[in-house]
Design a protein around this ligand. Structure first.
Ligand code: 26Q
Length: 851
C-alpha cells in the first residue's frame, strides 16, 4: 500500500512540476491569475488552509497528514464555492429563470478538489500556497476518494453535462440519490474479481451540504380509496402504508471560470417514524408491511448493473424515491414564485430523464396534478407531457426496463392506476392511427401482456415525453428504425439525436497538464471553452518540431503511467512500447474477449516465429464486471491468467505485456487516458449506443481502432479515414449475417488461428492444474452461438492491428495521426451536446451571474 502511494505522488508530482517550471505555462497562468485575483491570492489561500487545519480539523501544520491537508485545502476552496453558490441562487431566483432538472439515478463525479481549483482558476495559487507550507499538492489530491455514484457511461455523462451547464451559465439542477455506498471497489485476487464495499464518505465529504430545511416525505405501499366529489366526479385518495423521509445533500457544481455554481441535489432516505394505522386496521396488509423495505436501505447502495435489468423491488423504490422527492422539491420552488397557478409550470420547468430510471416521475406528476391539485386529466396531461424529455442509452432488449405490474400495484398502487389510464387514452390514439391493428397495439402498449404482466418504462417515457433522444447519430437512427418505429410515425419529430460529449476541462485541461500547456502555447488558452479551436493544431500536424513536442508529452505521460502500473501491479513495462488501452465496463458486447483472442494470436505467432515483426505493445485493461455476470467475470479472469503467463514468458515478454489495472474508476481513467497511444473501441456494430471513452482517448491523442458503432462513426468522420483504424462488420452486415443464420463454427474450422487460440482456452496452459477454467469463454463463442460475432470480426480486427502496427513504426505518420485526433475532437465537447439540448429540447436561456 505504501509503495502505491509513493509512486502515485511521484507520478503526479512529475507532471505538476513541469507545469510550474515551464515558461510556456505563462498564458494559462495569466488566465488563472486573472480569475484568481477576483477571488483570493496566495497569502489569503495559505491563511485559509491553515485556519481550517486549526478551526475545522483541530490539528496544526506540524501534525497534519495528507488527509488533513486535503480536508483543509478543500474547505478553503469550498469557501469560494459557497460564496458563488449563494450569488448564483439569488440571481436565478431574482430572474425567475427557466431551468433544466436533470434526473439521473447516477452521477459519476470522481474527485472534485482538482476540478474545482481549475474551474476557479486557483490551481496555480493553491499549488504555490501549499508548496510554501511544505506540502505537495499532488499528494494532497490523491487523498480524495472518488464520488463513484454511478456505473459507467450514463453516470459520467450526467457529470459532464452538469459541468457544461454551469460553465455555460445555464440554470440547472441535477437530481439523484445520495448512495451510502457507490459502485463497489474491485480487487483482483488470483486473477479473479472480488467486490468490496465502497465507502466514499467514511471520513466526511468536504463538498456536500445537508439541507434539512428542504426535507421531503414520500409515500409507499398502502391502498387507493375511490371517493366521489361534490359534483359526482371521481376522486382518488392514496392511503400509504409507509412514509419515507428524503434528506437532501447539495454538491456544488462549479462552472469553468467560477461564475455560475449550480447544485447537484442527492436524496438520502431516512425513516419518518410514521406508520399508517389506516392500513393496519384495514387488514390484509400486515404481510405486506413485513415485507416492506426498511427506509434507510433505500439509498444504501448503488445497483452495480450496467445494461442488465434486475427487476428488484428495492431498485423500483429507489427510482420512485428520488423522482418523487425531486418533483416535490421542484414544485415547492415553483409555488414559492407562482402560487397555485399551474399555467406557467412548463415555462419554468423542463425535466430531462436520464434513461428510464426516473420515468416513474411521469405518473407521479400526473398524480400530483390530478389527485392533489385537482386539475382535470387533459389539463394535467398537457402540463405533464410538456415537462419531460427522455434520453435513451441502449438498444439491448435485456436492458430495457420493465417492472412487474404486481410489484407496482403493491409499491405504488395509485401509480399503476394512472399508468393504466395513460395507456387507455394512448390506445385510443393508436386505434385512430391504425384502426383495428391489434398487433401494433400490443407492441406499443405500456403494458406487456406476457405471462407476468409488465410495465414497459421505455414506452411510458416515449408517450409521456415531448422529446426523445438517442446519444449518437447511428444510435438515434436505430432508435427510430428498430426500437420505436411506430412511435416515430405517430409522433413525427419527437425522436431526435443529441450526440454525447465530454467536458474538456476534466478530460484534457486537468488530467493532462503537459498537453494542455503545449496546446495553449500553440493556439492560445481559450480552447477549454471553445473546443473547436483545437482544429488550429491541424496546421502543425506535419510540423516536425511540433510532432516532436507532442510525442515528447505523450512519452512523459507514458513514463508516468508506467510508474503507476509498477506501483499498482508490480509489472514493469517498456515505455517505448505501444500503450494500447481498453477501458470500459466489462460486457460481452464491448468485446474485451476479441482483444484477448487477438493477444493470444500474437502470442502464438511469436512462439511459432520469434522474428515475427511487431512493435512491442502493452495491452492495458480496466474494467469492472457486474457481480452477477458470470461470463464477464470469466473474461476478467482470463485476461489476468493470460497476462500472468505472457508477462513471465521470456520468449515473448519483450514484445507483449498485458496489464489489468484493478478498480477502474474516474480518477484512474484520468491517469490512463493521457498515456494512451491506442484506443480500443471494438463493440459489435449496433450495440454501443455512443461510448464516451472513445472521445476522451482521442482528445488526448490516442488513435482509435474501432468498429462502425456508436460515436466511433462520428469520430471517424471528424478525424478522417487516414487517422483511425476501422474494421469489422457494419450494422447492416451484422443483421445480414444473423438473418442468414450465423454459424461461429464455420469461422472456427475455416481459420486455423481462431481454432488454435480457442482450443488453447480449453487446456490448462493458462490455468495450470485447472483445465477447463476458461472453457466457458470458448463455449460462449461456439456452442453459445457467439451472440456478439467475435469470430466473424476476428480476421478483420487482426488485419487492422497489422495496419496499426505498421503505422506506429512510421514515427512521423503516427505523430501526425495523434495530433489530428486531438485537433479534430472539437465536436465532442459536452458544451456542444448541451447547446444541442438547449436548442432542440430545453429552450433555456443563459443567466449571467455577476459578482
Ligand atoms: C438497470 C437495472 C437495474 C439496475 C441497474 C440498471 C442499469 C444501470 C446503469 C442499467 C444501465 C445503466 C447504464 C447504462 C449506460 O451507462 N449506458 C451507456 O451510456 C453512455 C452514455 O450515453 C453511452 O455512451 C454508452 O454507449 C451506453 O452503454
Amino acid at each position: 500500500m505504501s509503495t502505491t502511494k509513493t509512486s502515485k505522488s511521484t507520478t503526479a508530482k512529475n507532471s505538476g512540476s513541469k507545469l510550474k517550471n515551464s515558461k510556456s505555462a505563462s498564458s494559462s497562468k495569466q488566465h488563472e491569475n486573472g480569475l484568481a485575483s477576483l477571488n483570493i491570492n496566495k497569502k489569503q489561500f495559505k491563511d485559509a488552509v491553515v485556519r481550517h487545519l486549526h478551526c475545522s480539523l483541530g490539528t496544526d501544520e506540524n501534525k497534519a497528514d495528507n488527509h488533513a491537508w486535503w480536508k483543509a485545502t478543500s474547505a478553503a476552496i469550498q469557501e469560494q464555492v459557497l460564496e458563488r453558490l449563494r450569488t448564483t441562487q439569488k440571481t436565478h431566483y431574482l430572474n425567475d429563470t427557466r431551468a433544466v432538472h436533470y434526473f439521473s439515478a447516477e452521477f459519476l463525479m470522481g474527485r472534485l478538489l482538482s476540478n474545482n481549483m481549475h474551474n476557479f482558476g486557483l490551481f496555480e495559487t493553491a499549488n504555490a500556497a501549499l508548496q510554501e507550507l511544505g506540502v505537495e499538492l499532488s499528494d494532497v489530491l490523491e487523498e480524495e476518494p472518488d464520488m463513484a455514484l454511478g456505473n459507467g457511461g450514463l453516470g459520467r455523462l450526467a457529470a459532464c453535462f452538469i459541468d457544461s451547464l454551469a460553465t455555460m451559465e445555464y440554470p440547472a439542477i441535477g437530481y439523484g440519490i445520495h448512495y451510502e455506498h457507490g459502485l463497489f471497489r474491485q480487487e483482483i485476487k488470483n486473477g479473479a474479481q472480488i467486490e468490496r464495499p465502497d465507502s466514499w464518505r467514511d471520513y466526511g465529504n468536504p463538498w456536500e451540504i445537508c439541507r434539512p430545511e428542504s426535507i421531503q416525505e414520500i409515500s409507499l405501499y398502502g391502498y387507493v380509496e375511490t371517493k366521489y366529489g361534490k359534483n359526482g366526479q371521481i376522486q382518488k385518495e392514496w392511503h400509504p402504508g409507509a412514509i419515507v423521509k428524503g434528506v437532501p445533500w447539495d454538491i456544488p457544481v462549479v462552472g469553468f471560470g467560477g461564475k455560475t455554481v449550480n447544485v447537484l441535489r442527492l436524496w438520502e432516505s431516512q425513516a419518518s417514524g410514521y406508520f399508517n394505522w389506516d392500513v393496519f386496521n384495514a387488514g390484509g396488509y400486515v404481510d405486506a408491511q413485513r415485507e416492506n423495505v426498511e427506509a434507510e436501505t433505500i439509498s444504501k447502495v448503488l445497483y452495480p448493473n450496467d445494461e442488465t435489468e434486475a427487476g428488484k423491488e428495492l431498485r423500483l423504490i429507489q427510482q420512485y424515491f428520488f423522482s418523487a422527492c425531486s418533483l416535490k422539491d421542484i414544485i415547492r420552488r415553483y409555488k414559492r414564485a407562482h402560487g397555485d397557478n399551474w399555467s406557467r409550470f412548463t415555462d419554468q420547468v423542463v425535466i430531462q430523464l436520464n434513461d428510464t430510471h426516473p420515468a416513474i416521475a411521469i405518473p407521479e406528476l400526473m398524480r400530483i396534478l390530478v389527485d392533489r391539485a385537482q386539475l382535470d386529466w387533459d389539463t394535467a396531461w398537457n402540463i405533464c407531457s410538456n415537462t419531460f424529455a427522455y434520453t435513451n442509452h441502449t438498444l439491448l432488449p435485456e436492458a430495457l426496463e420493465k417492472w412487474p405490474v404486481r410489484m407496482m400495484e403493491k409499491i405504488l398502487p395509485r401509480h399503476i392506476e394512472i399508468i393504466y389510464e395513460i395507456n387507455h387514452r394512448f390506445m385510443q390514439e393508436v386505434e385512430k392511427k391504425w384502426p383495428g391493428d391489434n398487433a401494433i397495439k400490443a407492441k406499443l402498449s405500456i403494458i406487456e401482456e406476457s405471462n407476468e404482466k409488465m410495465v414497459r418504462m421505455g414506452n411510458l417515457s416515449v408517450i409521456g415525453a415531448f422529446a426523445v433522444n438517442g446519444v449518437a447519430e447511428i444510435h438515434s437512427r436505430l432508435v427510430k428504425q428498430d426500437l420505436f418505429p411506430e412511435f416515430d410515425q405517430l409522433y413525427p419529430g419527437k425522436l431526435t439525436n443529441v450526440t454525447n460529449g465530454i467536458t474538456p476541462r476534466r478530460w484534457l485541461k486537468a488530467c493532462n497538464p503537459l498537453l494542455s500547456e503545449l496546446i495553449s502555447k500553440k493556439i492560445g488558452d481559450d480552447w477549454p471553452l471553445e473546443l473547436s479551436k483545437l482544429d488550429g493544431l491541424s496546421e502543425f500536424a506535419d510540423n516536425k518540431t511540433f510532432q516532436n513536442s507532442f510525442m515528447r508529452v505523450k512519452q512523459k505521460n507514458k513514463d508516468a503511467l508506467a510508474k503507476e502500473i509498477k506501483a499498482l501491479t508490480g509489472i514493469s513495462v517498456d515505455t517505448k512500447a505501444i500503450f494500447d488501452i481498453q477501458i470500459k465496463r466489462l460486457h460481452e458486447y464491448k468485446r474485451q474477449h476479441l482483444n484477448l483472442l487477438h493477444i493470444l494470436a500474437l502470442y502464438r505467432r511469436l512462439l511459432e516465429n520469434p522474428d515475427y515483426d511487431m512493435h512491442p505493445r502493452v495491452f492495458i485493461f480496466g474494467a469492472k464486471a457486474a457481480p452477477g455476470y458470470a461470463l464477464a467475470k470469466t473474461i476478467i479472469y482470463a485476461i489476468n491468467k493470460v497476462a500472468e503467463k505472457i508477462n513471465s514468458d521470456n520468449r515473448v515478454n519483450h514484445k507483449i505485456k498485458i496489464v489489468f489495472l484493478p478498480n477502474y474508476r474516474v480518477s484512474l481513467a484520468e491517469k490512463m487516458i493521457p498515456a494512451a497511444d491506442v484506443s480500443q473501441q471494438i463493440s459489435t456494430a449496433g450495440k454501443e449506443a455512443s461510448g464516451t471513452g472513445n472521445m476522451k482517448l482521442a482528445l488526448n491523442g490516442a488513435v482509435t481502432i474501432g468498429t462502425l458503432d456508436g460515436a466511433n462513426i462520428e469520430i471517424a468522420e471528424e478525424v478522417g479515414d487516414d487517422n483511425i483504424f476501422i474494421f469489422g462488420n457494419t450494422v447492416e452486415q451484422v443483421n445480414e449475417l444473423k438473418a442468414k443464420g450465423y454459424k461461429p463454427y464455420d469461422y472456427y474450422y475455416a481459420n486455423k488461428e481462431i481454432k488454435a487460440v480457442l482450443d488453447w482456452l480449453d487446456s490448462d496452459y493458462f490455468t495450470p492444474g485447472q483445465p477447463g477454467a476458461l472453457s466457458s469463454l470458448k463455449q460462449s463463442m461456439l456452442d453459445g452461438g457467439d451472440p456478439y460475432l467475435v469470430l466473424a470480426d476476428f480476421e478483420s480486427y487482426s488485419q487492422a492491428n497489422i495496419e496499426l502496427d505498421k503505422a506506429y513504426k512510421d514515427k512521423e505518420r503516427w505523430a501526425r495521426m495523434a495530433i489530428l485526433n486531438t485537433a479534430k475532437m472539437g465536436k465532442f465537447t459536452s458544451d456542444r451536446s448541451i447547446r444541442d439540448y438547449v436548442e432542440k429540447i430545453w429552450k433555456l436561456e443563459k443567466c449571467q451571474v455577476n459578482s
